[in-house]
Design a protein. Structure first.
Lengths: 987, 275
């Protein structure tokens, strides 16, 4: 036999992904594909249509009557079997996975139905009657802090659930002495990295052992397992959590499925059968988790040459209606890196975490990064412009010096490796920055709007499990005991035929962990790539795991693959000792390649890997004295650099710190405000690259999602708390048509802290790209206040200038409401061929109301001025049945009356107030009306684009019917005249 | 996202379709391509008791020209119209507009008449019907009638289709010599609902501009023949007359600005391609 000693290693090559064959032929095994027990029932969730309301009553009796329904479960039923979720800060607040006495965001679970099929369950859901008393809403993080703001959790006494101030170095003196101070205010919006596969859970309960068995497409961190077990009031070993073999994406979002794992577990227990729940897209967009939105004021103390001597951060983090684990982690994940890629010695930070009537937040790719780099890199751009210094130069002058690594930042991070200045220069050279400057010059000379943006960032990876405790005071931390580290685990097993299996607790969501692990282990053991089989399913009842297990904070390459390498080292050392005896050489002389174990000095003296590997099974007595078996080796690894926060709040929040430098050229269409990304260059130093194609895939993926965040995506809410982006027609994810090809460059500075020298790379562009694009827009338009996402409408506001007024007086006030407000107003009049008294009497008559209320089925007279009706309302095919309450007030017989109404049904709710005036004219009556109406709930979430027009149609039907019922008439003005005009032809 | 139970019938003749519509009236919905109706069913926004599938009816499947009009049957899919060999010559405006309708995949299912019946304010086919002064042929068990496009669209997703009626076909007048046609649209991504869409028809004596995406349904306006300030003033008045509203994707002000700018581009293009 011959052994090719020169053959290159496997690590660092783009091996074909072992995952792809199954996925490409439709053989993936996602949660919805998994076999379930024959008696498995389906769960659906009734969700709140209101952003903030007290629950007055829930009547589930009709739902329980539906054939095939096994259980209907309310918040109190859940509370009886569980305990409030653990909250990550010290606060007097309860945190339930389902509403009890109050709903606090649109989409909050209110009740669960368990039935034979999802169809039946949804039928029953429609029959649950909930009465709500609406409360004022708080939608904005700064407004949440106002004295008069409505309180979400009265027990807290405030909407601010956590506040801490930090001081590093001497920021006060730095600001006092600085030549310049520049500040920026930023409101970073809500968005999400939206996986194709939504949440899914299959849960069982074994009453014999009081144990839950839950399969969920959860992604970690498995610290959440403790939260789930505590909530379900069982020891951890009675809360078995398993993950499916394949995942349809997560990007952090699937961490939030744990709430539903608890609900499905309770539903299984109550209904006495396994329960399956697959989230639908509306549920996902409305109520899975969102990244946080944040209001930030960032101030810099700056020398004349552009050197920054101090930063002062004031951050107000909006975590939505509940502080769900692991929040407020989004705010603290970057705490060690609050100075970005720069050497800034003095930092002051004020962090406030507020609760508002929005979906609770959670993990999301880039986690905390975009929220800080947006203000920091916008401010760098501003500093350069204000001082008249080249923008690149200001970045350069502030970068962490090349000879300073490992570098301790002011706030405590230990930047492991890098040469930021060299990486930046390489990017400029290899990305042809000069050519881009020339392109801008030519474009501007041709009258085009063209801008160049820059952004530098440090990309943290492998989170310190202790960083979240920075949210606590040093005293609170001392009391709770230190938390730190990031336990990664890998197990290598060898079977009796010598085949190698690797198991890790990494829970991949499509990243290709199995491929890279096979590379790492096969290379180390000198066996073919295909000889290694990797299993990444996780079962907490059988596998090795720890709280840091899972797939988040870009930890795989650095921590998990590195730990697999350490396990392979141990197995290899033992195999070498076993082989040494058989080859009659020293163990130190033994090498591994091509499935053979051999004497390095005499390669012909060799033995097959499988034979040596199988020895521990077949002939354990043959193992050399003092050499342990090679059947299975499990390694836990936690880096020593991840220490608990210091008494002065210094925190090395992450183990690795990659470097990113991006620049881009953007052209704006002056006629439409449409943005075209002309060129995008992204430079990454992610340490040693283990698989170049996968690294490129990570960069491209994060870049696409960042383009979405910059230009398209926003979880939008109305001022009344309605959720407005409940479909993918309103929550716009960029497609391949909207995402240009980025130029991807690399600069490799291996990390000294990880076994393979690798760092994370999966999230960087989510941090750097939104602000890089915003800086280019600022360069193109000269605008300073740039708010994401940069829709053409927002760009239009920057470039269109003063609007040309109409030549004719406006009969209708143009809609002045800000986007998202669901308040509708209208007015008009109709001439009715009847006396004023006749019309007046009609208005007070249930028979009239029944005739003129669109779709009324029987009007019940509660009092002389209060009516109740069942109505079917809608336009076109969109129809829903509602319960309507109509009240008459401010009556001035027979001249005027105020009609107020509210409706509530499965599709949503509406309320409106109309003032009707009656005026006599030539024996006829002119009925004048004006109204204000608001609409929310499901219709607002999925049909916001059509809602205003649809509501006008319905309101129009009412007044049309009123005129018709009163003896016909000639409507004129406002809506009715428009309707008539339409019927009659052109306007 | 599962619909409530409904009956499903796939009749073999028009009589059965119209009888079902007559008997079930507002409880019945026609289904052809299902590109708007099926999502509404799944979200339980629509709860018809019976769906009447007309895709099997041969007499609704044709595109043919009669007396200067192109008649498109109710079961004709958008992709079939797109592939109709005479489209560019007979209906040049539709040839331009049709690629803006959703995506290849949705056009393969969606029907021409279904889009007209749905009357989405941003939809391209209702806009083209208005711009070209087309008409809609309605049939019920009792009678048939033809409604001009201008009288057909009443509001947001509201049309002149009465209970028991269905669209049998829509008709578009065949393009005339000496007339120019142009179509422009701005959406956030290709295939998205239009923020503003413009269709212009210009001959030597008159120019019509139809605008979709702004008001509750597409609207048509006559424009002066000049290209200068008079055109701008007219477009400005149109912009203000359209009741532009704010939504997630654009402000009313942005829509008005696009009416002025895109409207002007569309008109000039239509005038430039008069032959």
């Amino acid at each position: 036999m011959t052994i090719n000693l020169q053959r290159a290693g496997l690590v660092g090559r783009s091996m074909p992904r072992v995952e792809d064959a199954a996925l490409l032929i439709g053989r993936g095994r996602y949660i919805d594909d998994l076999p379930t027990r024959r008696d498995t029932a389906h769960m659906v969730v009734l969700r709140s249509p209101h952003a903030h309301a007290e629950i007055r009553s829930i009547d589930v009796s009709k739902a329980l009557e539906v054939e095939g329904v096994h259980a209907v479960i309310t918040g109190d039923d859940v509370a009886a079997l569980t305990r409030s979720l653990t909250v990550g800060v010290k606060a007097d607040v309860e945190c339930w996975p389902i509403a009890r006495d109050r709903v606090r965001y649109v989409g909050e679970p209110v009740a669960l139905v368990v039935a034979d099929t999802r169809y039946i369950a949804e039928d029953a859901l429609d029959l649950i009657a909930v009465e709500y008393d609406m409360l004022p809403v708080v939608m904005d993080p700064e407004a949440a802090l106002q004295e008069d703001a409505a309180l979400l959790h009265p027990s807290l006494g405030s909407n601010c659930i956590a506040e801490r101030s930090f001081r590093y170095g001497d920021p006060e003196s730095a600001f006092a002495e600085a030549k310049h101070r520049f500040a920026i205010d930023v409101s970073y919006p809500r968005n999400s990295c939206t996986p194709i596969e939504t949440y899914g859970v299959i849960a069982e309960y074994d009453p014999g052992e009081d144990a839950y068995d839950v399969t969920a497409n959860f992604q970690g961190p498995f610290s959440i397992h403790a939260v789930v077990a505590l909530a379900l009031k069982v020891p951890g070993n009675r809360m078995r959590l398993r993950t499916p073999p394949d995942s349809g994406g997560s990007f952090g979002v699937k961490q939030g499925v744990f709430v539903y794992a608890i609900l499905a577990a309770v539903a299984a227990r109550v209904s006495g059968r396994p329960v399956k729940w697959i989230e639908d897209r509306l549920e996902h967009l409305m109520a899975s988790v969102s990244a946080t939105n944040r209001a930030t004021r960032l101030e810099a103390a700056v020398e004349a040459d552009g050197r920054i001597t101090a930063l002062r951060w004031d951050q107000i983090e909006d975590c939505g209606a509940h502080l769900r684990a692991p929040e407020p982690a989004t705010l603290y994940r970057m705490h060690g890196n609050m100075t970005g890629a720069y050497a800034i010695a003095n930092v002051a930070i004020r962090n406030r975490v507020v609760l508002t009537n929005k979906t609770p937040t959670g993990l999301n790719r880039g986690f905390g990064g975009p929220q800080i780099y947006y203000p920091l890199e916008r401010l760098m751009h501003r500093i350069a412009d204000e001082l008249g210094i080249d923008r690149l130069e200001v970045i350069r002058r502030n970068l962490v010096p090349s000879d300073a690594f490992p570098y301790r930042t002011a706030t405590g991070a230990l930047l492991d490796s890098g040469d930021y200045a060299a990486a930046l220069d390489t990017a400029l050279a290899n990305g042809n920055f000069d050519e881009l400057i020339e392109r801008r010059r030519q474009a501007r000379a041709a009258g085009k709007l063209y801008g160049i943006g820059l952004a530098a960032a440090v990309e943290p990876s492998v989170s310190n499990m202790g960083y979240i405790t920075t949210a606590l005071t040093p005293e609170q931390r001392a009391k709770a005991g230190p938390k730190n580290g990031a336990q990664a685990v890998a197990t290598i097993s060898i079977d009796p035929l010598g085949a190698v299996t690797v198991k890790v607790a990494s829970v991949p969501q499509g990243q290709g962990h199995r491929t890279v692990l096979a590379q790492v282990v096969a290379e180390r053991l000198g066996i073919p790539f295909k000889a290694v089989r990797v299993n990444t399913e996780l079962d907490t009842a059988r596998d090795a795991w720890s709280i840091a297990s899972g797939n988040y904070s870009s930890r795989f390459a650095a921590a998990v693959a590195g730990t697999a390498r350490l396990a392979a080292d141990r197995i290899r050392d033992r195999l070498a000792e076993i082989a040494a005896g058989q080859l009659n050489v020293e163990a130190s002389q033994v090498d591994f390649l091509d499935g053979r174990i051999f004497d390095r000095l005499n390669p012909d003296n060799s033995i097959s890997f499988n034979r040596v590997a199988a020895t521990s099974h077949w002939a354990p007595g043959m193992l050399p004295e003092g050499t342990d078996h090679t059947i299975q080796e499990t390694v836990f690894w936690t880096p020593e650099q991840l220490e608990a926060p210091t008494s002065k709040d210094g925190i090395n929040s992450s183990l690795c710190h990659g470097f990113i430098f991006d620049f881009c050229g953007i052209e704006i269409d002056p006629a439409t405000g449409a943005v075209r990304i002309d060129k995008y260059v992204t430079m990454h130093d992610c340490g040693r690259v283990l698989h170049p194609a996968m690294v490129e895939g990570q960069v491209r993926g994060a870049f696409a999602q960042a383009v979405g965040a910059a230009l398209f995506e926003e979880y939008a809410y109305g001022q009344d708390g309605s959720f407005l982006s409940g479909t993918l027609a309103d929550y716009l994810i960029p497609t391949v048509m909207e995402v240009p090809d980025p130029v991807i460059l690399h600069y490799e500075s291996p990390s000294p802290f990880t076994p393979l020298g690798a760092k994370g790379v999966g999230e960087g562009n989510c941090m750097s790209t939104p602000v890089c694009i915003a800086n280019a827009i600022a360069d193109a338009t000269g605008a300073i206040d740039i708010t994401l996402p940069l829709s053409p409408g927002r760009i239009g506001d920057l470039i269109f200038g003063e609007e040309k007024p109409s030549s004719q007086p406006q009969t209708r006030t143009p809609n002045k409401s800000s986007s998202g407000q669901r308040q509708l107003t209208g007015q008009g009049s109709a001439t009715v061929s009847a006396s004023r008294q006749t019309v007046w009497d009609m208005l007070l008559d249930p028979a009239t109301l029944e005739a003129i209320i669109p779709g009324a089925h029987g009007v019940e007279r509660v009092s002389a001025t209060h009516f109740r009706a069942d109505v079917t309302l809608g336009v076109g095919p969109v129809k829903g049945r509602y319960r309507a309450e109509i009240k008459l007030s401010d009556m001035v017989e027979p001249e005027a009356v105020t009609l107020s109404g509210s409706t509530q049904g499965a599709l949503g709710f509406g309320n409106g107030v109309g003032r009707i005036t009656l005026r006599e004219a030539d024996g006829k009556t002119i009925v004048g009306y004006s109204y204000e109406a608001g609409i929310g709930g499901k219709v607002a979430s999925v049909g916001g684009r059509l809602l205003d027009g649809a509501a006008r149609v319905v309101i129009g039907q009412f007044f049309q019917a009123l005129a018709r019922h009163a003896g016909g008439g000639t409507p004129h003005g406002g809506l009715l005249s428009r309707l008539k005009a339409l019927l009659g032809g052109r306007s | 996202m599962k619909p409530p139970a409904f009956d499903f019938v796939r009749p073999e003749g028009m009589e059965e379709v119209l009888e079902t519509l007559h008997l079930r009236s507002s409880d019945a919905r026609i289904i052809a391509g299902g590109q708007s109706l099926v999502p509404m069913l799944n979200m339980r926004l629509a709860r018809p008791g019976v769906l009447v599938d007309i895709t099997g009816l041969r007499n609704l499947q044709s595109i043919h020209e009669v007396r200067g009009e192109v008649v498109i049957g109710a079961a004709v899919r958008q992709a079939e119209l797109e592939a109709w060999p005479h489209l560019r010559r007979k209906l040049p405006l539709l040839a331009q507009a049709i690629r803006w309708i959703g995506h290849v995949q949705t056009r393969a299912r969606g029907t021409v008449c279904g889009s007209v019946a749905h009357a989405d304010p941003s939809a391209e086919l209702p806009l083209a019907l208005i711009a070209l002064n087309g008409s809609v042929r309605l049939a019920s068990q009792r009678s048939k009638r033809t409604v001009p496009a201008a009288d057909f669209f009443l509001g947001m997703m509201s049309t002149a289709i009465a209970e028991g009626e269905m669209i049998e076909a829509v008709t578009f007048p065949v393009a005339e010599n000496g007339t120019g046609y142009a179509f422009r649209e701005i959406g956030r991504r290709h295939g998205d609902f239009a923020i503003v869409a413009c269709a212009a028809v210009a001959d030597k004596t008159a120019t019509r501009l139809a605008i979709g995406g702004v008001d509750d349904h597409p609207r048509q306006f006559d424009l002066p023949q000049e290209n200068g300030d008079e055109l701008d003033d007219a477009l400005n008045d149109i912009a203000w007359a359209l009741n532009a509203r704010d939504d997630l994707h654009a402000s009313g002000r942005y829509r008005r600005e696009l009416v002025r700018r895109l409207g002007r581009e569309t008109v000039l293009e239509a005038r430039s391609c008069r032959n």
